[in-house]
Design a protein around this ligand. Structure first.
Ligand code: 6PG
Length: 237
Protein backbone atom coordinates (compact mmCIF):
# COMPACT_ATOMS: atom_id res chain seq x y z
CA UNK A 1 0.00 0.00 0.00
CA UNK A 2 1.34 3.46 -0.86
CA UNK A 3 0.24 6.80 0.60
CA UNK A 4 -2.36 7.29 -2.13
CA UNK A 5 -4.04 3.93 -1.42
CA UNK A 6 -3.70 4.44 2.31
CA UNK A 7 -5.38 7.85 2.09
CA UNK A 8 -8.20 6.43 -0.03
CA UNK A 9 -8.86 3.64 2.38
CA UNK A 10 -8.69 6.02 5.37
CA UNK A 11 -11.11 8.32 3.57
CA UNK A 12 -13.65 5.53 3.04
CA UNK A 13 -13.40 4.43 6.66
CA UNK A 14 -13.66 8.02 7.92
CA UNK A 15 -16.89 8.61 5.99
CA UNK A 16 -18.32 5.29 7.14
CA UNK A 17 -17.56 5.80 10.81
CA UNK A 18 -18.75 9.44 10.66
CA UNK A 19 -22.07 8.44 9.09
CA UNK A 20 -22.61 5.64 11.60
CA UNK A 21 -21.81 7.89 14.53
CA UNK A 22 -24.05 10.72 13.32
CA UNK A 23 -26.85 8.21 12.92
CA UNK A 24 -26.30 6.83 16.41
CA UNK A 25 -25.48 9.97 18.39
CA UNK A 26 -26.31 12.92 16.15
CA UNK A 27 -22.77 14.24 15.92
CA UNK A 28 -19.23 13.11 15.22
CA UNK A 29 -16.31 14.36 17.31
CA UNK A 30 -12.98 13.98 15.56
CA UNK A 31 -9.45 15.03 16.43
CA UNK A 32 -7.08 15.93 13.61
CA UNK A 33 -3.33 15.63 13.51
CA UNK A 34 -0.84 17.98 11.95
CA UNK A 35 2.15 17.22 9.79
CA UNK A 36 2.39 16.23 6.16
CA UNK A 37 1.02 12.68 6.18
CA UNK A 38 -2.74 13.35 6.62
CA UNK A 39 -2.96 16.14 4.04
CA UNK A 40 -3.85 13.78 1.20
CA UNK A 41 -6.63 12.33 3.31
CA UNK A 42 -7.92 15.83 4.10
CA UNK A 43 -7.88 16.76 0.40
CA UNK A 44 -9.86 13.65 -0.44
CA UNK A 45 -12.37 14.24 2.34
CA UNK A 46 -12.95 17.76 1.02
CA UNK A 47 -14.61 16.17 -2.03
CA UNK A 48 -16.90 13.87 -0.06
CA UNK A 49 -20.56 14.30 0.75
CA UNK A 50 -21.29 14.21 4.45
CA UNK A 51 -23.41 16.31 6.76
CA UNK A 52 -20.35 18.33 7.73
CA UNK A 53 -22.43 20.54 10.04
CA UNK A 54 -22.66 17.55 12.39
CA UNK A 55 -18.93 17.01 12.51
CA UNK A 56 -16.95 18.66 15.29
CA UNK A 57 -13.27 19.15 14.54
CA UNK A 58 -10.66 19.29 17.28
CA UNK A 59 -6.86 19.05 17.18
CA UNK A 60 -4.44 16.75 18.93
CA UNK A 61 -1.81 19.45 18.87
CA UNK A 62 -0.97 22.84 17.46
CA UNK A 63 2.15 24.83 16.83
CA UNK A 64 2.34 28.39 18.13
CA UNK A 65 2.63 30.08 14.75
CA UNK A 66 0.22 32.30 12.81
CA UNK A 67 -2.69 30.60 11.10
CA UNK A 68 -1.31 31.38 7.63
CA UNK A 69 2.05 29.82 8.48
CA UNK A 70 2.41 26.40 6.78
CA UNK A 71 3.25 24.98 10.23
CA UNK A 72 -0.17 25.82 11.65
CA UNK A 73 -2.18 22.60 11.75
CA UNK A 74 -5.58 24.29 11.69
CA UNK A 75 -4.45 26.59 8.85
CA UNK A 76 -3.33 23.64 6.74
CA UNK A 77 -6.59 21.75 7.21
CA UNK A 78 -8.55 24.93 6.50
CA UNK A 79 -6.73 25.42 3.21
CA UNK A 80 -7.14 21.92 1.83
CA UNK A 81 -10.38 20.89 3.52
CA UNK A 82 -12.58 23.35 5.44
CA UNK A 83 -12.52 26.01 2.75
CA UNK A 84 -14.21 23.45 0.48
CA UNK A 85 -16.95 22.12 2.75
CA UNK A 86 -19.64 23.63 4.95
CA UNK A 87 -18.00 22.83 8.28
CA UNK A 88 -19.41 24.88 11.12
CA UNK A 89 -17.98 23.32 14.26
CA UNK A 90 -14.28 24.00 14.19
CA UNK A 91 -12.65 23.98 17.61
CA UNK A 92 -9.10 24.98 16.93
CA UNK A 93 -6.33 25.44 19.46
CA UNK A 94 -5.84 29.18 19.58
CA UNK A 95 -2.09 29.27 19.87
CA UNK A 96 -1.34 31.86 17.20
CA UNK A 97 -0.21 35.36 18.14
CA UNK A 98 -3.46 37.07 17.18
CA UNK A 99 -5.25 35.30 20.02
CA UNK A 100 -2.62 36.04 22.66
CA UNK A 101 -2.09 39.40 24.25
CA UNK A 102 -0.26 41.68 21.86
CA UNK A 103 2.24 39.91 19.68
CA UNK A 104 3.35 37.25 22.15
CA UNK A 105 2.77 33.56 21.68
CA UNK A 106 1.18 32.21 24.79
CA UNK A 107 1.17 28.44 24.69
CA UNK A 108 0.30 28.04 28.36
CA UNK A 109 -2.77 30.22 27.99
CA UNK A 110 -3.79 28.44 24.78
CA UNK A 111 -3.49 25.11 26.61
CA UNK A 112 -5.76 26.31 29.44
CA UNK A 113 -8.26 27.74 26.97
CA UNK A 114 -8.38 24.46 25.09
CA UNK A 115 -8.98 22.47 28.26
CA UNK A 116 -12.04 24.70 28.78
CA UNK A 117 -13.18 23.95 25.20
CA UNK A 118 -12.85 20.22 25.85
CA UNK A 119 -14.89 20.58 29.02
CA UNK A 120 -17.85 21.94 27.06
CA UNK A 121 -18.03 18.57 25.27
CA UNK A 122 -17.11 16.50 28.32
CA UNK A 123 -18.58 13.10 28.91
CA UNK A 124 -18.91 12.75 32.70
CA UNK A 125 -17.01 11.77 34.77
CA UNK A 126 -14.31 12.91 32.35
CA UNK A 127 -13.44 16.58 31.85
CA UNK A 128 -13.19 16.01 28.12
CA UNK A 129 -15.16 14.15 25.43
CA UNK A 130 -14.72 10.54 24.48
CA UNK A 131 -13.71 11.33 20.93
CA UNK A 132 -15.26 9.24 18.18
CA UNK A 133 -12.11 9.26 16.05
CA UNK A 134 -8.61 10.54 16.74
CA UNK A 135 -6.08 10.85 13.93
CA UNK A 136 -2.44 10.78 14.91
CA UNK A 137 0.91 10.77 13.15
CA UNK A 138 4.31 9.66 14.32
CA UNK A 139 7.61 11.49 13.91
CA UNK A 140 10.91 9.81 13.08
CA UNK A 141 11.83 10.15 16.76
CA UNK A 142 8.67 8.38 17.93
CA UNK A 143 6.76 11.49 18.99
CA UNK A 144 3.07 11.76 18.44
CA UNK A 145 0.87 14.86 18.61
CA UNK A 146 3.31 17.09 20.53
CA UNK A 147 4.31 14.41 23.01
CA UNK A 148 8.05 14.37 22.44
CA UNK A 149 10.78 12.10 23.79
CA UNK A 150 11.74 13.48 27.18
CA UNK A 151 8.75 15.85 27.44
CA UNK A 152 6.73 15.72 30.64
CA UNK A 153 3.62 13.83 29.64
CA UNK A 154 2.59 12.05 32.80
CA UNK A 155 0.71 15.09 33.91
CA UNK A 156 -2.70 15.29 35.43
CA UNK A 157 -4.03 17.67 32.82
CA UNK A 158 -5.87 17.17 29.52
CA UNK A 159 -3.74 19.74 27.68
CA UNK A 160 -0.14 20.79 27.91
CA UNK A 161 2.09 23.60 26.65
CA UNK A 162 5.29 22.08 25.29
CA UNK A 163 8.63 23.37 24.09
CA UNK A 164 10.26 20.77 21.93
CA UNK A 165 12.97 20.30 19.37
CA UNK A 166 12.17 18.22 16.33
CA UNK A 167 14.46 18.00 13.35
CA UNK A 168 16.45 20.88 14.86
CA UNK A 169 13.50 23.23 14.97
CA UNK A 170 12.69 24.48 18.45
CA UNK A 171 8.98 24.91 18.76
CA UNK A 172 6.32 26.06 21.16
CA UNK A 173 3.31 23.86 20.93
CA UNK A 174 0.12 22.85 22.67
CA UNK A 175 -0.90 19.22 22.88
CA UNK A 176 -3.59 16.96 24.27
CA UNK A 177 -2.24 14.40 26.71
CA UNK A 178 -2.46 10.60 26.66
CA UNK A 179 -5.29 10.51 29.18
CA UNK A 180 -7.49 12.32 26.66
CA UNK A 181 -6.38 10.33 23.62
CA UNK A 182 -6.74 7.03 25.45
CA UNK A 183 -10.42 7.57 26.20
CA UNK A 184 -11.24 7.83 22.50
CA UNK A 185 -13.52 5.29 20.86
CA UNK A 186 -11.20 4.94 17.87
CA UNK A 187 -7.61 6.04 17.20
CA UNK A 188 -5.79 5.81 13.86
CA UNK A 189 -2.09 6.35 13.39
CA UNK A 190 -1.18 7.32 9.83
CA UNK A 191 2.48 6.56 9.20
CA UNK A 192 4.28 6.52 5.85
CA UNK A 193 7.81 6.50 4.49
CA UNK A 194 11.05 4.68 4.88
CA UNK A 195 12.47 7.18 7.35
CA UNK A 196 9.97 5.98 9.96
CA UNK A 197 10.50 2.24 9.49
CA UNK A 198 13.07 1.75 12.24
CA UNK A 199 11.17 3.76 14.84
CA UNK A 200 7.89 2.10 13.91
CA UNK A 201 9.50 -1.27 14.48
CA UNK A 202 10.74 -0.16 17.92
CA UNK A 203 7.37 1.33 18.87
CA UNK A 204 5.38 -1.74 17.87
CA UNK A 205 7.76 -4.61 18.48
CA UNK A 206 10.31 -3.23 20.93
CA UNK A 207 10.37 -2.91 24.66
CA UNK A 208 7.87 -0.50 26.26
CA UNK A 209 9.90 2.71 26.66
CA UNK A 210 7.34 5.51 26.56
CA UNK A 211 9.80 8.23 27.64
CA UNK A 212 11.84 7.41 24.52
CA UNK A 213 8.95 6.54 22.18
CA UNK A 214 5.93 8.59 23.25
CA UNK A 215 3.75 6.95 20.58
CA UNK A 216 3.75 3.89 22.84
CA UNK A 217 1.67 5.86 25.35
CA UNK A 218 -1.29 5.70 23.03
CA UNK A 219 -3.32 2.74 24.23
CA UNK A 220 -7.06 3.25 24.26
CA UNK A 221 -8.71 2.13 27.48
CA UNK A 222 -11.94 1.09 25.82
CA UNK A 223 -11.55 1.73 22.12
CA UNK A 224 -9.83 0.59 18.94
CA UNK A 225 -6.30 1.41 17.90
CA UNK A 226 -5.47 1.08 14.20
CA UNK A 227 -2.06 1.56 12.62
CA UNK A 228 -2.44 2.63 8.98
CA UNK A 229 1.00 2.29 7.44
CA UNK A 230 2.44 2.15 3.95
CA UNK A 231 4.84 -0.48 2.70
CA UNK A 232 7.91 1.68 3.27
CA UNK A 233 7.12 2.47 6.91
CA UNK A 234 6.26 -1.18 7.55
CA UNK A 235 9.31 -2.61 5.81
CA UNK A 236 10.97 -3.79 9.04
CA UNK A 237 7.92 -5.31 10.66
C1 6PG B 1 2.44 17.98 14.40
C2 6PG B 1 1.89 16.63 14.62
C3 6PG B 1 2.92 15.57 14.72
C4 6PG B 1 2.95 14.83 13.40
C5 6PG B 1 4.24 14.04 13.23
C6 6PG B 1 4.34 13.40 11.88
O1 6PG B 1 1.71 18.94 14.56
O2 6PG B 1 3.62 18.07 14.06
O3 6PG B 1 0.63 16.43 14.96
O4 6PG B 1 2.80 14.71 15.80
O5 6PG B 1 1.84 14.00 13.28
O6 6PG B 1 5.31 14.94 13.41
O7 6PG B 1 4.42 14.41 10.92
P1 6PG B 1 4.54 14.09 9.38
O8 6PG B 1 3.25 13.52 8.95
O9 6PG B 1 4.81 15.44 8.75
O10 6PG B 1 5.69 13.16 9.25
Amino acid sequence: MNIEELSNSAKRSFIEIANETIKARGRFLTVLSGGFTPLKLYEKLAKENLDWTRVHFFWGDERCVPVDDPGNNFGQAKKVWFDNIGATNIHRIKSDPSTGSGQRFEPARAATDYAATLKVFAEAPLDWPRFDLVLLGMGEDGHTASLFPGSPVDVDSPTLAVTANYQDRPANRVTLTPMVFNQAREIWFLVTGNSKAETLHKVLKGEYKPAVYPAQRIQPVNGNLVWMIDEAAGSLL
